[in-house]
Design a protein around this ligand. Sequence first.
Ligand code: SF4
Length: 603
Amino acid sequence: MHGWNGQILRVDLTKKKSSVQSYDKDFALKFLGGRGFAIKILWDELPKGTDPLSPQNKLIFATGPLTGLPLASSGKIVVAAKSPLTGGYGDGNLGTRAAVHLRKAGYEAIVIDGKADAPSYLYIEDSKVEILDAKTLWGTGTFAAEDELIKKHGKNCGVLVIGQAGENLVKFAPVLSQKGRAGGRPGMGAVMGSKNLKAVIIKGSKDIPVSDPDGLKELGKQAYKDIKGKESYDFWIRQGTMMALEWANESSCLPTYNYSEGVFDEAKGIDGYRMEKLKVARRGCPDCNMQCGNVIKDVEGEEAELDYENVGLLGSNIGLGDLEKVALLNRLADDWGLDTISAGNIIGFVMEASQKGLISEKYEWGSADDARTILEEMTFRKGFGNVLAEGVKYTSQKVGKGSEKWAMHVKGLECSAYDCHAAPGMALAFATSCIGAHHKDAWLISWEIATDRSSYNEEKVAKLIELQQIRGGLFESFVTCRLPWIEVGFSLDWYPKFLKAATGEDFTFDELKKTADRIYALVRCFWKREYPDFGKAWDMPPDRWFEEPLTKGPLKGTKVDRDRYVKMLNMYYEMRDWDSNGIPTRKTLETLGLPDVAKALNI
Ligand code: SF4
């Protein structure tokens, strides 16, 4: 088989055993890789009702047929498991040398079962697999742990690691790599911690089998050149995703004071231009020629990597307009292994609850010291931090007194950095994302703002589905970074060419979209299997966006219209060929080649 190694590494930490499982071309073509492989494995193997933090949960690292090839931004990996934060399917992706090394070691994925009897790390060098002692690493941050492992095993490897938050089972702890690249905020780091697994180190030395090596090399060269020649490339290199901050503020969608507003008076203190003045370096993922990790020195003089999402959440959302202080919070979160998006969302909630007198702790909007205290308490589960470590949904249920209405999450996953009072399509995107309120599956908001943001129409719903197919279905399964396409206009037409050179197969967009629909439907069915009442009520954005209009900025007075939102949600189900409660029908599942899934759910 070309394009795929055709092998999945299986590791059982309880039994201290590993094995290699082969898979065939049918499986590869039907699920591609990454998220596709992960959901198929979890659907097939994870019994309904499995405790996500038990040894029975499966932690999956999965790449795809384009990962690790000399192509645009291909050094990414998906990490997935049943989520301890939401109880549903959870995943995320991160850029890391581990992705490239995994493919070079001869595998597309690692599936980790069981629980080590003491802190351990997994060492993979081609066919050699060892479970090694991590007692001295347990309790250290991700930066020191990665440094230590590289010192021991050499630079030529990839490291996936958790911090103290993952060890302490903080339910939004991700997995990290390369001091700032993080993925899996529905608690994949907590799943790793529950398995007593501090890190995974991968060294691969083989060639990835591709159909047309020379053609692929040439395509890669052309693609890098094409990206570099794009009009927006130079500005992207200057600011990366930080350029979105000014745009979001001008467009009234910058999350501010726990998503109560979309504009922030101090936005200039944290925007891309401010970052440019402080920038000392640029970092990024392997095989990328548009690296977007902007590094500045934080208020303590240490290097910290910034992007729009973490500055939106740890900046404007908590009322903090000083970028060097935002950078400090971001560095601490990365080092301790906390997700910056969820953490900033929860800090915003806590500050609001404190200001409203709903909790006894005293916190001020915009106080970096208070935010640091909250971060630390979450990470180490101290005092009220033990509640916060369970996520914003759980925290609001504990606080009560109506705070559930402004706990900003969907399905238990905290919203990422877009306020949706004046973006009903983006609210629908958050609400129907298959892991909870994450932007990665459908970043509809830039299209929505550029077209007609106030409408609730079919065109918007159709665009949302198309973006979910491409972003959540295809890029998460190829597995490569979507940013060349989104941010500098790298054409999607490159991808069937890449796939042809890698696998020898001809893929049309219609076929690829069907694959994406298959993956999305299977994720939906996973949720349904876990939660018998799963359906329409789960696809609603937070009440705040329906009930409390913006009080500032050019769109003052705007909020989402609930009735029109529900009509749009109904259109979404119809266009996806799901039933009126948002569950894929038997016919849809059969058309997607999933009749066994329909049978299992008795649909
Ligand atoms: S664009 Fe940014 S996120 Fe994407 S591969 Fe490059 S460095 Fe990584």
